[in-house]
Write a protein that binds this ligand. Structure first.
Ligand SMILES: [Zn+2]
Length: 448
């Protein structure tokens, strides 16, 4: 019996010691709570989202609090308290994301410097069972005043389908700025690196009706300023053109499309043409818009007037084309460039200095080259036979980039030449004219 009691006592002691050591490892030791900032602004505007990630691999997270301190003032931003599951298990909260939405002015804080502080405690028994305290803090600047915008360019006469340049300056650093033309945004680029003077090339869409234009600038704290500027827009009516779609044309062109776009098979030739001229055309324009707006240089790369292929002008910008088949109108589209016909397989020069940002096949445009000229300005060459350049090449005005052909939706060998501002098609005729460029672009640039 005595033996059994000693045996029982020893086993119990071993169990108590083992459990105690497990609990004490968890409740007394373990790695410290980690405070990881996810989003913390360095400048606070009117509305700020602050997010932190908390990790505790020991007894768990007990309490999280945040506050803003400015001089002698401390404003609590709230936090969270986690209850203990039991005295030996802690809270069991190992991972916690917490966000605060902070409006410093409504909390009675003023413009200027402040300290953002996070205080945490874990569920361990350290520090007289109150848990281990950890603090994370950083300096922030409270700034809820929107930037001031001063317009520098004075005369802003533009034409529908045309381009323009707006220059302006802000009184502080901005995170995003540009000019809105209705719902189209044209980014403003610093005149020189790090400068608060900006230039934005803009486009007035050919079909814009009474567009609203204004400059917008968002500072580092997210404060947004908007400013109008004087402008005048002349309305240019596109030419109207009638195009006969013949069976010969369909027989000649459709195989190129049905071989590339399997979804076109099983339809009549006219149905295929309609799908190419509407849906595919829209998809192609969207692809071009993306290529141009995502790959532009923040510097002006061109100089002097743009040059076009020498040849006979065949179609103008934004021409309103009505397509007829067997005497009946079946489709409509606007022609987003100019057509120039020379000899077949004629060498095509780059219109100005820039960087090739695309060579490839784009549906109705066939084999296409796009050159970026900086600040969102691009030139596009379509229906080509072959490419003499590759994407990434820099070219000079006049460099031969390819040969003309009739790839894509072209009835005969010619060059389709387009120009775009931030992905919006504009009338190339303006950019071919040195006087127009001087009056509307270069004279409006602020001095460097
Ligand atoms: Zn064309």
């Amino acid at each position: 019996m005595a033996k059994f009691i000693i045996y029982f006592f020893c086993v119990s002691l071993a169990i108590i010691l083992l459990a105690g050591s497990l609990i004490s490892v968890k409740m007394l030791g373990g790695p410290p709570l980690e405070i990881k900032p996810v989003t913390v602004p360095t400048v606070m505007g009117k509305q700020n989202n602050i997010t932190f990630h908390f990790i505790d691999k020991g007894a768990g997270i007990r309490q999280i609090d945040a506050c803003l301190i400015q001089g002698r003032k401390t404003v609590a931003l709230g936090g969270k308290v986690f209850p203990s599951k039991s005295w030996w298990r802690g809270t069991g909260i190992k991972n916690q994301m917490l966000s605060w939405r902070v409006d410093p002015l409504s909390l009675g804080l003023s413009q200027g410097k402040a300290i953002f502080r996070i205080t945490t405690r874990d569920a361990s028994w350290r520090d007289d069972f109150k848990g281990d305290e950890k603090i994370w803090q950083s300096e922030v600047t409270i700034d809820t005043i929107p930037p001031a915008i001063t317009v520098l360019s004075s005369i802003n006469d533009m034409i529908t389908g045309g381009s323009g340049l707006i220059s302006y300056k802000t009184n502080k650093e901005v995170s995003r700025t540009g000019v809105w033309v209705n719902n189209l945004f044209f980014p403003g680029y610093p005149r020189t690196h790090g400068s608060n003077e900006f230039i934005a090339l803009i486009a007035i869409p050919f079909d814009a009706v009474r567009p609203k234009l204004y400059i917008e600038a968002t500072d580092m704290a997210g404060n947004i300023a908007r400013a109008g500027f004087p402008y005048k827009i002349l309305y240019r009516r596109p030419n109207v053109d009638r195009i006969e779609i013949t069976d010969g044309f369909l027989d000649q062109k459709l195989p190129e499309f049905t071989s590339r776009y399997p979804e076109l098979t099983g339809k009549t030739p006219v149905e295929i043409f309609l799908q190419i001229n509407s849906k595919l055309r829209r998809e192609n324009e969207e692809e071009i818009r993306k290529i141009c707006s995502l790959n532009t240089s923040p510097e002006i790369m061109w100089q002097g007037p743009f040059m076009a292929l020498k040849g006979a002008a065949r179609a103008g910008f934004a021409d309103e084309r009505h397509y007829f088949y067997n005497g009946k109108e079946i489709s409509q589209a606007n022609h987003m460039g100019i057509d120039i016909a020379a000899l077949a397989h004629f060498p095509v020069p780059a219109a100005n200095s820039g960087k090739v940002i695309f060579t490839g096949y784009i549906g109705i445009y066939g084999n296409t080259i796009i050159i970026d000229h900086g600040l969102g300005l691009a030139s596009l060459y379509a229906h080509l036979e072959e490419f003499k350049v590759n994407a990434g090449d820099t070219v000079k005005r006049g460099t031969i980039i390819g040969l003309t052909d009739s790839t894509g939706l072209a009835g005969g060998d010619h060059l389709h030449y387009s120009m775009l501002v931030n992905g919006v098609f504009v009338n190339p005729i303006e950019w071919l004219d040195g006087n127009w460029i001087k009056g509307h672009i270069t004279d409006k640039l602020p001095a460097e």
